[in-house]
Design a protein around this ligand. Structure first.
Ligand code: PMP
Length: 394
């Protein structure tokens, strides 16, 4: 049997990490894989996470299965965190999933059950896992323009023009905040424009929100998602706790489905639990319980939010430093967009050749599409990157 298997293409980002590890240069800089790193290059366990884990070790008296949908309290706190009061609770079905990726996968499977002929629209570019899972599931898809490499901003006109071709019942995948890989995000008026268009088209929005708290703060980062959730009968939301709680390996995420009314919600809930059953039965619980512990304890929650703010402001500071260094070195403001971008990533907007030059000549590793993980920088490496960008003629 196994002889029929052929080699899978290597994951580009993971291959980049390997190449980085093997590079003997001590001056090398890793801007590849999407994991937050502090100034010393370490991905720390957040203080509130440690405290919640300690509490669980002391107080948890069973490791028996949770429900198929995970712990209902986890759903409650996450719905509140992501959706606020945008939708009545009895219209939101939710299941815990293995990470945000699991939520996207389960969401796509739910679409396959409910509307197998729907076309899934995703941004060009997007996180490569989106098209990869969509294609693996054999679903129809189309792309919409999103990024203008000349300005570093969202190509809003291109986006609306392309979404003009959406058919009733099609699903439009949107990044809730901190767009990966570009770092360019919709403004609130632009969100409203997208909402109006998708309402006219009778489309179903599917929001992937993996970086709430990394952009403009927890509340502002949730505002687009909440506006969408409030405006449609049906919305899917895949949320990840990997980044904002720093619990990447615990695989903690949630799929939410906004339904038209509480009856439709009950059916959606059953189907989502059914899909969990088919794929892995019970979702992972440890990370979900850590998140619930933090979000329900005022002290832990305050400490988590304070640390998340430190992380967010640290990245904003690095963005400002980088834009500043580039302004000085290029005698122009053409890189100012780097300070306007939000989240962990920015797309520099250069060619794979120049990305290769940066790697070969300067030991700077970024993804081939010129996505940089801003958290991979520190005060010492910002000027190094800025000079390398100028030297490479970008
Ligand atoms: N969506 C986007 C856009 C992401 O960048 C990520 C993480 N790289 C995820 C979802 C899901 O992350 P995880 O499965 O690790 O929670």
């Amino acid at each position: 049997m196994l002889e029929h298997l052929s080699e899978q293409p290597k994951d580009k980002i993971l291959s980049l990490s390997e190449a980085y590890r093997e590079d003997p240069r001590t001056t090398k800089v890793d801007l590849g894989v999407g994991v937050y790193k502090d100034a010393s290059g370490h991905t720390p366990v957040m203080r509130a996470v440690k405290a919640a884990e300690q509490r669980l070790v002391e107080q948890q008296d069973t490791k028996a299965y949770t429900g198929l949908a995970g712990d209902p309290q986890f759903s409650n706190v996450m719905i509140k965190l992501v959706l606020g009061d945008a939708v009545p609770r009895d219209r939101v079905a939710a299941v815990a999933t293995p990470g945000g990726t699991g939520a996207i996968r389960q969401g796509l499977e739910l679409i396959k059950l409910a509307a197998p002929d729907a076309t899934i629209w995703y941004s060009d570019p997007t996180w490569p896992n989106h098209p990869s899972i969509i294609n693996y599931l054999g679903m129809k898809s189309k792309t919409y323009r999103y990024f203008d490499a000349n300005t570093g901003n969202v190509n809003y006109v291109g986006m609306l023009t392309d979404l003009g071709a959406v058919m009733p019942g099609d699903v439009v995948l949107l990044h809730g905040c901190c767009h990966n890989p570009t770092g360019a995000n919709l403004t609130m008026p632009q969100w409203k424009g997208v909402i109006e268009l998708l309402q006219q088209k009778s489309a179903v929005p599917f929001i992937d929100i993996a970086y709430q708290g990394f952009g403009d703060g927890l509340e502002k980062d949730g505002a687009g998602t909440q506006a969408v959730a409030a405006a449609f009968d049906n919305v899917l939301i895949a949320a990840s706790c990997s980044k904002n709680f720093g619990i990447y390996r615990e695989r903690t995420g949630i799929l939410m489905a906004v339904a038209k009314d509480s009856d439709e919600c009950k059916i959606a809930q059953q189907n989502m639990a059914f899909l969990n059953r088919q794929n892995f039965s019970f979702p992972p619980d440890h990370g979900a319980r850590v998140v619930t512990t933090i979000l329900t304890d005022p002290e832990l929650r305050a400490d988590w939010q304070a640390e998340l703010e430190e992380v967010r402001l640290g990245m904003l500071d690095l963005r400002a430093q980088l834009a500043d260094e580039l302004r000085k070195r290029s005698n122009s403001d053409r890189f100012d967009f780097l300070a306007e971008h939000r989240g962990m990533f920015s797309r520099l907007g250069t060619t794979p050749d120049k990305v290769e030059t940066l790697r070969r000549d300067h030991g700077i590793y970024m993804v081939g599409d010129s996505r940089m993980n801003i958290a991979g920088l520190n005060a010492d490496t910002v000027p190094v990157l800025a000079q390398a960008i100028i030297d490479a003629g970008i």
